[in-house]
Write a protein that binds this ligand. Structure first.
Ligand code: PEP
Length: 251
């Protein structure tokens, strides 16, 4: 299966900085990559990114995604962005259940499952994040935690689960410069793969990404693992040269 390299810009960027970053990416992507590439950008910039894309053939290969979506379809939910709105702005992907949403916005497993369902209802591929904290890892609870997080999404989404992308993102590795070793990451990916296999006979087409301080230096070893089908990249996706090196490692 084609690997997917998805950038998560988080709450970074400006009109000027985005234009510069995309121009640099376009230059590096003149030769179309053989992996899938996406950038998940702050909602206010979705329109700008689509406009820039429409002007650059090299950026045709870059899909656009949101970083969060409401679990509700529409209505009195001030500040939220619906899946239909993301669809109108041509989003192919949306990140759901990122650990920063779970941690700072008290998102529960059930809410993440509802957000996944809302995205799927609009034909947007949710990138469902799961991952353990350092305390959970130290307590030997990694498997239990990621399985619980994924189980909620499987339970709510039934046979549609084959349409999601899963991202294993150990919380202790996000933005810290610490990365799971390729072998440790693969072991968790294998657990997630087995769980998906038990849920659907289409599990073979579900991409499981690794995220957590993936960078130009460690990407190749992580991406060489059999159940690591791509990366969700935070910090390194803001630097065109680094992001392009990760894309090259996936090609
Ligand atoms: C992320 O935000 O999903 C992430 C993996 O961040 P970083 O690459 O900066 O650790």
């Amino acid at each position: 299966m084609k690997k997917l390299i998805a950038g998560n810009w988080k709450m970074n960027g400006s009109l000027a900085a985005n234009e510069e970053l995309l121009a640099a990416l376009a230059k590096g992507l003149e030769q179309r990559p053989s992996c899938e590439v996406a950038v998940c950008v702050p909602a206010p910039y979705l329109m700008q990114i689509q406009t820039l894309k429409s002007k650059s053939p090299a950026l045709a290969a870059v899909a656009v995604g949101g970083q969060d979506v409401s679990g509700h379809a529409a209505g009195a939910y001030t500040g939220e962005v619906s899946a239909a709105m993301l669809k109108e702005l041509n989003c192919r992907f949306v990140i759901v259940g990122h650990s920063e949403r779970r941690q700072y916005h008290a998102e529960t497993d059930a809410l993440v499952a509802d957000k996944t369902k809302a995205a799927l209802a609009e034909g947007i591929t949710p990138i469902v994040c799961v991952g353990e904290t350092l305390a959970e890892r130290d307590a030997g609870r990694t498997e239990e935690v990621v399985k619980r997080q994924l189980a909620a999404v499987i339970h709510t989404n039934g046979h549609c689960i084959s349409e999601v992308v899963v991202a294993y993102e150990p919380v202790w590795a996000i933005g810290t410069g610490k990365t799971a070793s390729p072998e440790d990451a693969q072991a968790v990916h294998a657990v997630l793969r087995a769980q998906l296999k038990a849920a659907t006979d289409q599990s073979g087409r579900i991409k499981i990404l690794y995220g957590g301080s993936m960078n130009a230096a460690n990407a190749a070893a992580l991406l060489a693992q059999p159940d690591i089908n791509g990366g969700l990249i935070g910090g390194a996706s803001l630097k065109a040269a680094d992001f392009l090196k990760i894309i090259a490692a996936a090609n």
